[in-house]
Design a protein around this ligand. Structure first.
Ligand SMILES: NC(=O)c1ccc[n+]([C@@H]2O[C@H](COP(=O)([O-])OP(=O)(O)OC[C@H]3O[C@@H](n4cnc5c(N)ncnc54)[C@H](O)[C@@H]3O)[C@@H](O)[C@H]2O)c1
Length: 334
């Protein structure tokens, strides 16, 4: 198949593109190489993908419609997977405009592109952050999610809403996935696992927010990619509407549009996560306890029921094993 994937120099886009290339697909990877974190890491990821003949990298910004059109022409895609975004919860307090530019204007350009190209399936990366501070656990896609706590989350929810309207108006089959704290080799330097491992290795204190009273549903990258790949094949339509007593399908009544969580359904306490890192590195962390940061939520916890009903797959890798694989990669590369 022919794919247009945005964000291929990023953590998740790199892994997804690698998997699809290894399976013999053709991938045009569109990425702006933004300086939000180490651009050298992004370039290394693209260099690895470029070893495959089926990969065509394209450096450009989502906001640049002409650049996107050129990439689209090269790709002529059956499927579009939109992963490029300004990510990160905390940075959205510092630089909110970059979120509006990348995630609203940029995502609008992608759905406009889909209107012109009519792909078999458009898939978009949203986030567990759209659930805000919901207290009902675990988070199910059918739960109300209208009280976002950061502009990051608000821009992602806006993307979901825009995409629904286009799916309805122009009959574009669309799946928006909500990812839950993804981690693993080639992971992001701005995320907790990378920062903690790096700090412990260099005898620096690790900053633990919310006095450690937080928990996250961590998803190992290979599990996430498996979930994405399976969902690519589940093009939203009435034929695959889930009818079940325990799972509420979010397939829209008015459009070929569905929201799906990709998360494992276990919420790990932050202090336990720190202990796993210490055990893996064989070295204690210096803990610096800090208050809750504005915009942070106490807990994320995915209900994977819809993912399982649609694909038969549920994330498998325990966090101990995932951290071990991350540390192995970190030690080889840093
Ligand atoms: N990693 C997670 O835990 C997580 C959780 C929930 C949702 N997500 C979402 O998944 C997607 C991928 O996340 P990731 O962890 O791989 O992030 P990442 O930052 O590693 O990758 C995003 C890529 O998008 C590119 N990019 C950013 N703005 C751009 C723009 N305006 N134009 C062109 N390229 C641009 C960046 O250069 C980067 O390579 C994002 O949409 C993110 O919001 C990630």
């Amino acid at each position: 198949m022919r794919y247009l994937i945005t964000g291929t120099a990023g953590f998740i886009g790199f892994h997804l593109a690698k998997r699809l290339l290894d399976e013999g697909n053709f991938v045009v990877g569109f990425d702006g190489m933004t300086p939000y974190y180490d651009v050298a890491l992004k370039e290394k990821r693209h260099a690895i993908l470029a070893r495959s003949n089926g990969f065509k990298p394209f450096v450009g910004m989502l906001e640049d419609k002409a650049a996107l059109d050129k990439a689209a022409e090269l790709a002529d895609p059956d499927v579009i997977v939109h992963l490029a975004a300004q990510a990160g919860v905390r940075y959205s307090l510092e630089n909110p405009r970059s979120y509006v530019d990348s995630n609203i204007t940029g995502s609008f350009n992608i759905i406009e592109l889909a209107r012109a190209l009519k792909p078999k399936h458009l898939l978009l990366a949203s986030t567990s952050s759209v659930y805000g501070a919901n207290e009902k656990m675990p988070f199910a896609e059918s739960d109300k999610a209208d009280e976002q706590m950061t502009i990051y989350a608000a821009t992602k929810k806006s993307m979901e809403l825009m995409a629904h309207s286009y799916a309805h108006l122009f009959d574009i089959p669309t799946t928006a996935f909500r990812f839950f704290t993804v981690y693993g080799p080639w992971g992001r330097p701005d995320m907790a696992l990378f920062k903690f491992v790096d700090a412990v290795r260099h005898d620096r204190p690790i900053e633990i927010y919310g006095e450690g009273r937080m928990s996250r549903d961590f998803t190992y990258i290979d599990d996430l990619v498996e979930g994405i790949v399976r969902l690519i094949g589940v093009v939203p339509s009435e034929e695959n509407r889930v009818a079940s007593d325990t799972v509420v399908d979010t397939l829209s009544r008015n459009a070929p549009f569905r929201v799906v969580n990709i998360g494992g359904g276990t919420s790990v306490e932050l202090m336990h996560f720190v202990e796993i890192i210490e055990a893996t590195l064989g070295k204690p962390a210096i803990r610096k306890m800090l208050p809750m940061q504005p915009g942070d939520v106490h807990r994320t916890f995915a209900d994977p029921g819809l993912l399982v009903a649609l694909t038969g797959f549920k994330p498998q890798i325990p966090v101990e094993e995932g951290v071990r694989r991350f540390v192995e990669w970190y030690q080889e590369n840093y």
